[in-house]
Design a protein around this ligand. Structure first.
Ligand code: SF4
Length: 290
């Protein structure tokens, strides 16, 4: 099997230091929506300067380089044991090169491992075997502040008058954005999963964050819900970093997964403006980054 450690290292560097084009475009468009000389416009301009500097100098976009979460789709016959070892080695090297801050802390002792590896869940690696000969690896770096304002609701929710339908979903998602205020480093991106159990629901809510900001949900009902959430979250007036204004979220992505009749969970993974996700595709000897 190929040794892709260096290629994984480049994936980490790219994710940590260069914001994806669709996210940067959405941030630039947002600047124009804010009042001249307002705190919200100033916050967005500072964010964009920081984004440019990070790319130019290959330094982290934010001091919190987040939890590394890898999604690996691999061809039949590849060893997940070897892929995991190579990914972990790349993460250690990326930490040495300061693309990543040492972030893995023992939850009981508080001791930092110093190299961003911990138990089998840190870094998080999801594996899925696929047809064909292509290896594709998505990497998301999920900041701690935005992860802290993620939320899970169990419908019905009488306090929010939210029933077990898409209107109920709308209500709880907007409540999560309202509760977050600027604490998740708005403008945020909402990854929403409807259904599943508590665990699979959160996994699905993060997976939906891998979508491009300007794509369209193939399900017409969910596409309409995404548009409504985007529009109504931006009417809450929270604004960039909580300074008020027009830009509270850059996008909303919704996925529905099957559930038990007894449960109706809605999970919201809130991603901050530092929406670091990059993809690597390996076909034969060719490695393509996006
Ligand atoms: S939430 Fe995001 S932008 Fe805010 S400190 Fe964490 S990683 Fe940085």
């Amino acid at each position: 099997m190929l040794n892709l450690t260096d290629k994984f290292l480049e994936l980490v560097r790219l994710a940590a230091t260069s914001l994806p084009p669709d996210v940067e475009k959405a941030l630039r468009e947002s600047v124009e929506k804010e009042e001249p000389s307002s705190a919200s416009r100033g916050a967005l301009e500072t964010i964009l300067k920081n984004v440019e500097l990070a790319r130019e100098k290959s330094t982290p976009i934010c001091q919190d380089t987040g939890t590394p979460i890898f999604y690996v789709h691999y061809p039949q016959g590849w060893s997940t044991i070897e892929l995991k070892a190579q990914i972990r080695e790349a993460v250690v090297e990326a930490t040495k090169l300061t693309y990543l801050r040492p972030n893995a802390v023992n939850s009981v002792t508080g001791k930092n491992t110093g190299d961003n590896t911990g138990d089998e869940h840190y870094p998080t690696i999801h594996f899925e075997e696929m047809e064909g000969n292509t290896l594709s690896v998505d990497l998301m770096l999920k900041g701690g502040g935005c992860e802290n304002v993620g939320a899970q609701y169990k419908l019905p929710n009488s306090k929010l008058d939210a029933g077990r339908d898409l209107e109920g979903v709308r209500r709880v998602v907007l409540d999560a954005v309202y509760q977050a205020q600027g604490k998740g480093c708005a403008p945020g991106i909402l990854g929403v999963a409807i259904g599943g159990d508590r665990g699979s629901s959160f996994i699905a809510s993060k997976e939906t964050l891998l979508r491009q900001l300007d794509d369209k949900n193939p399900d017409a009902e969910l596409a309409a819900l995404e548009d409504t959430l985007f529009e109504q979250a931006n009417q809450l007036g929270i604004g960039p970093m909580g300074f008020g204004g027009e830009t509270t979220v850059l996008g909303a992505k919704v996925k529905a997964v099957h559930r038990l009749p007894a449960s109706y969970f809605v999970s919201i993974s809130y991603m901050c403006w530092a929406y670091r996700r990059r993809k690597m595709t390996v076909i034969g000897d060719n490695v393509i980054y996006a």
